[in-house]
Design a protein. Structure first.
Length: 238
């Protein structure tokens, strides 16, 4: 069963804090975006086969160890709402970043129009997913680019309680800087917290103008227990 109160009451983004964190720190956390009850409902839903279009066993592809399932269209209401609702403020920042890096591209103001653009380019399969890790599982550093068209930000929501449901299993981001060694971030997350982070690249201000860093994200080894995440990716897959 899905949470009845969908996520219409999910808090609005603090745009200033979002822009500050993504520009200065590289990622932004929205605390308690979902309630523990909503998280439990989503974890429970992992077993409902008819909700998903495909299931990936990560070790078969060298992606790490664990499993994830992509939702099928039509997305359950709460998932669709999260995607359309958080797209809007993020599109504003995305366009600022495009200008800073001298790119012509502009993202439309609403998600439906952006999805039409994905579909027109042959990217028609939905990307929101639920990931499940058990003891010893992990997610290798990666990027969620699913075709030529991609939205520059994505969101992951932790659905399990760290220190209780599982131990280990930290969300990590690495930042590859030009002509410098890479920098790692461990993002502290509680149950229901969302992390918003760049899919591919981020602009940084340097002494000689703006430069670009390349980002990858993943999850360190889950030492014990079971850890679930909801991933919201805004572009569709080819
Ligand atoms: O399980 C996690 O925290 C990472 C999930 C992930 O890779 C994603 O949502 O794209
Ligand atoms: Fe990912």
């Amino acid at each position: 069963m899905f949470p009845a109160s969908v996520f219409a009451d999910a808090q609005a983004l603090d745009i200033k804090a979002l822009a500050h964190d993504l520009n200065e720190q590289g990622w932004h956390v929205v605390p308690q975006l979902l309630s523990p009850e909503q998280c439990a409902a989503l974890r429970h839903n992992y077993r409902c086969d008819d909700r998903y279009r495909s299931t990936v066993v990560m070790q078969r592809h060298g992606f790490g160890r664990g499993e994830y399932r992509y939702f099928r269209y039509p997305l359950p209401d709460p998932i669709a709402q999260l995607r359309t609702r958080y797209y809007v403020p993020l599109a504003g920042l995305a366009n600022e970043w495009m200008q800073r890096t001298g790119k012509e591209q502009a993202y439309p103001a609403d998600h439906a129009t952006f999805i039409e653009q994905c579909h027109a380019r042959g990217q028609q399969r939905p990307t929101p997913l639920i990931l499940r890790y058990r003891t010893g599982d992990f997610n290798c550093l990666h990027q969620d680019l699913y075709g030529e068209v991609h939205f520059p930000f994505q969101m992951a929501i932790l659905l399990s309680e760290p220190g209780c449901d599982f131990h280990g299993g930290d969300f990590v981001i690495t930042e590859q800087r030009p002509r410098m060694q890479s920098r790692a971030h461990v993002v502290p997350l509680g149950i229901g917290d969302a992390v918003i982070f760049p899919v591919n690249e981020a602009p940084r201000d340097g002494t000689r103008g703006t430069y670009r860093v390349k980002l990858r994200h993943g999850v360190s080894v889950v030492r014990s227990g079971e850890r679930f995440t909801l991933g919201i990716i805004f572009h569709d897959a080819s």
